[in-house]
Design a protein around this ligand. Structure first.
Ligand code: DC
Length: 228
């Protein structure tokens, strides 16, 4: 199969490296990259702006159904690899705060919100080849993906990466608080009833705790079906 037509599912916990490696993989294959976490984050930002409370499941479900989310490729000078637009509003910066970390995790557990997002995600994957990353891509969104990866790492290492990332974005963050929030989010994302974070049965597992991004990318490329 042509690599640019491959459907690749990447799942794993927060800051496991799946986003960075997924983006590089999409660039290498010449296909679309979809960060599904950014979609839940964008919705959380929109809800906050519109005064829809995180407890308001009906209101959130309606917003999820009605909103339009797009990803824009950026110039190399941009500090963001891609920009996230919800209803044409650029929320790239706003979605990366610790508050939105927790709110997006919370709202993604609502069945009505989840159903609307899955529909949008499947729509994006229908267009051509795609590398899609999230929590439930191999298990729920794209169960027939050509290849599935589950990317993980020790929680302390993931918190360290997130800390460095947030610092580089100019954020003021506390490492210990970040690690405890990450543990909480791992628990919430894994224990919820709707599409919990879980490894698909046929997923290839990669533990990135001691690997560089280049090493992870190489492992992934080595495991892809032959390019034809
Ligand atoms: O990958 P992330 O940290 O940007 O995701 C933010 C939240 O969105 C995460 O805590 C759980 C939720 N999420 C989800 O439920 N399903 C996905 N496919 C992606 C993210």
């Amino acid at each position: 199969m042509s690599h640019s037509r491959l459907i690749v599912a990447i799942d794993g916990p927060a800051s496991s490296g799946k986003g960075t490696v997924g983006m590089l993989l999409a660039e290498t294959l010449g296909c679309l990259f979809v960060d599904t976490g950014a979609m839940y984050r964008a919705l959380a930002v929109l809800a906050e702006q519109k005064g829809v409370n995180v407890e308001n499941q009906d209101g959130l479900g309606q917003l999820a159904q009605e909103c339009q989310i797009r990803f824009l490729k950026t110039d190399p000078q941009d500090k963001w690899a891609y920009r996230v637009l919800i209803d044409e509003q650029d929320v790239t910066e706003e979605i990366r705060t610790p508050q939105i970390d927790m709110a997006s995790s919370r709202i993604s557990a609502y069945p009505n919100v989840h159903a609307s997002m899955v529909e949008k995600q499947r729509g994006l994957a229908r267009v051509s080849g795609v590398v899609m990353e999230g929590r439930d891509i191999g298990t729920v969104v794209l169960p027939d993906a050509d290849v599935k990866f589950y990317i993980t790492a020790a929680v302390h290492e993931r918190a360290r990466r997130r800390y460095l990332q947030m610092k580089s974005w100019g954020g003021d963050v506390d490492m210990e608080q970040l690690e405890s929030q990450m543990r909480q989010r791992d628990r919430d994302d894994s224990r919820r009833e709707v599409a919990p974070l879980r490894q698909a049965e046929n997923a290839i597992v990669i533990d990135t705790t001691k690997l560089s991004i280049e090493e992870v990318l190489k492992e992934i490329l080595d495991k892809l079906p032959a390019d034809t």
